[in-house]
Design a protein around this ligand. Structure first.
Ligand code: 5RP
Length: 220
């Protein structure tokens, strides 16, 4: 039987063919992204470098001898490769389980193609079983939490966690997200929320789904 790690490695290997020669690759965060970084190391002479969506990914990339550039240095990217916590058939996602959602949304937004790597357990009909991460400016924690309750969620502070940007995360439980594009925009209008973990206005372009039978390619 394939382990979860085997599935993640298989999908990371499959993602390499989406990396054009001589490009700067946008790299996500998390355990699946880590497998992708390890595969990227094997072709590092074919790429110019990477833009990382977190300090953790940046140090793993550097550890492999891959040059890490800032997004400002790199400019627009051809491809961004990352995992997700949940994804639908429309390739709308919940991300931010690792707390890197803000930089992930920035780098994804600067990339022509978003390749999402998941195992089959993350494919859902409706988003929201996985608590929605929301990055919040610390002084706005309580007021944002009250507004999230008014929207029907149960926000829980991620204890002992500070983002790369110096902010806190509220994980919002109990949401049944029927319209992710609408909720993403509504949350963006709450003062004090830096980023919410819905990636729906800019969904993934390609989902590589790892199953025991192999890697399946899906597009919206
Ligand atoms: C980090 C993320 C990750 O992509 C998400 O949490 C999935 O992680 P993993 O590959 O470890 O399951 O959004 O902020």
């Amino acid at each position: 039987m394939m382990s979860q790690d085997d599935l993640k490695r298989a999908v990371a290997i499959a993602a390499i063919e989406y990396v054009p020669a001589d490009c700067i690759v946008g790299v996500g965060t998390g355990s699946t992204a880590n497998f992708f970084i390890d595969e990227l190391a094997k072709i590092k002479n074919r790429i110019r470098g990477a833009v990382a969506s977190s300090e953790a990914s940046a140090s793993r990339l550097r550890g492999h001898g891959i040059e890490v550039l800032s997004l400002n240095e790199a400019g627009g990217l051809q491809v961004y490769v990352d995992g997700a916590d949940e994804i639908t058939h429309h390739l709308h996602m919940i991300k931010g389980g690792g707390g890197a959602l803000t930089r992930e949304k920035i780098v994804a937004g600067a990339s022509r193609q978003f390749i999402c790597l998941c195992d089959a357990s993350k494919l859902v009909d409706m988003l929201g079983k996985f608590p929605l991460p929301v990055e919040v400016i610390p002084m706005a924690k309580s007021s944002v939490a009250r507004q999230l309750v008014a929207l029907g969620g149960q926000p829980v502070l991620r204890e002992g966690f500070t983002t790369d940007n110096g902010n806190v995360i509220l994980d919002v439980h109990g949401l049944k997200i029927l319209n992710p594009v609408e909720l993403e925009s509504a949350l963006d209008h709450i003062a004090g929320i830096v980023t919410n973990g819905l990636f729906a206005r800019r969904p993934a372009d390609v989902l590589l789904l790892s199953t025991a039978e192999g890697v399946r390619k899906m597009t919206a």
